[in-house]
Design a protein around this ligand. Structure first.
Ligand code: TRP
Length: 334
């Protein structure tokens, strides 16, 4: 490897990826792929921490791979595979279950949010999920991890685990401490109906999100209906921040263009919402619709998608097995 930097990221298998998934993660994966060695994993073992319909899970895993490829990830360049097909993930996760502390996991806010008031009924997997995530990353000794802000705490845990492992087993620098690449500007694309809520596939209203598979007509309708205001767009960030829906539209526009918010504010200040919406609609149709078309094409070729996963898993396994062998030695497992 010429470059010692290694990028790893995981994406949960969901069918119907939306603009938030795309701008928050996959679009950046494609940019990173140009510069660095990258491993992108569809984390099916993470998905089953809450019950998944088996048929749906398979379909969603394949659709996620299709979306990766459709957005420009190249299986010949980056390693693309699904987590469960490389069993070293589970094995290292078990070892990490024994390195990680209950006190550390108890601080994880995502578990508290997801388990809600009924912690007793949550799966054990959901509780120890951050240890598995640490295993995903450290199994490849990845140095850089693009994640949304909501995963920052889990990444800190991965660093804590790496550090404790290195100390406990007397092997300074064995695991690198992975750095988050918190996706700048926005790592949060908000709902089109409520600028304070994240765009989410579980929102009841399909009008709250732009799906990668939406048709031009759907995009036109959704942006038209997106919540907005009656006053013109303000000319400074401070006033804009008081209008979360406006901020969200400008943020989306900025991110699709890979521009910066200041520039967008300069372009849009004083304009009516209809102006912003028209611009955004045009931009989204040209960026999203070709991807959606490609996804639809790819999901019809299951054999090809499975082959991509198999080949990716083979490549991942080579790195994973070698590192796991060294871990086992360190721990004293024969
Ligand atoms: N937990 C991440 C999420 O829900 C997905 C994930 C699993 C991940 N393993 C990872 C992300 C490793 C980055 C690195 O979004």
């Amino acid at each position: 490897m010429i470059n010692k930097k290694l990028v790893f990221s995981g994406v949960q298998p969901t069918g119907n990826l939306h603009l938030g998934n795309y701008l928050g993660a996959i679009k950046n994966f494609v940019l990173l792929q140009k510069e660095l060695n990258c491993i992108y994993c569809v984390v099916d073992l993470h998905a089953i921490t809450v019950f998944q319909n088996p048929k749906e899970l398979m379909k969603n895993t394949l659709e996620t791979v299709a979306s990766f490829i459709a957005t420009g990830l190249d299986p010949n360049k980056s390693i693309i595979f699904n987590q469960s097909s490389v069993s070293a993930h589970s094995e290292l996760a078990w070892i990490f279950n024994c390195v990680s502390r209950v006190g550390w996991l108890n601080r994880m806010t995502q578990f508290k949010d997801k388990a809600g008031s009924n912690k007793e009924k949550a799966s054990v997997g959901l509780y120890i999920y951050p240890n598995l995530m640490a295993a995903d990353i450290l199994l490849y000794k990845a140095t850089h991890v693009p994640v949304g802000a909501d995963q920052k705490q889990h990444l800190e845990l991965a660093r804590d685990i790496a550090q404790k492992f290195n100390k406990d087993f007397n092997c300074e620098d064995f695991f690198p401490l992975p750095e988050p690449l918190i996706l700048k500007n926005i790592s949060r694309v908000m709902s089109l109906r409520d600028g304070t809520k994240k765009m989410s596939k579980s929102d009841e209203s399909d009008y709250s999100r732009i799906n990668l598979k939406d048709s031009p007509d759907e995009i036109i309708k959704k942006i038209k209906k997106a919540k907005s205001g009656s006053e013109p767009i303000p000319d400074n960030l401070k006033s804009l921040e008081e209008k979360p829906e406006a901020l969200n539209l400008l943020n989306i526009y900025t991110e699709v263009l890979k521009s910066n918010l200041e520039k967008t504010i300069n372009e849009m200040a004083g304009k009516e919402y209809s102006f912003v919406k028209n611009k955004l609609t045009e931009l989204l149709i040209s960026e999203i619709c070709p991807i959606g078309k490609e996804i639809k094409k790819l999901i019809n070729d299951e054999t090809h998608l499975r082959e991509v996963l198999n080949k990716g898993a083979e490549k991942a396994r080579i790195i994973a097995e070698e590192n796991l062998k060294n871990v086992r030695e360190k721990v004293g497992l024969i």
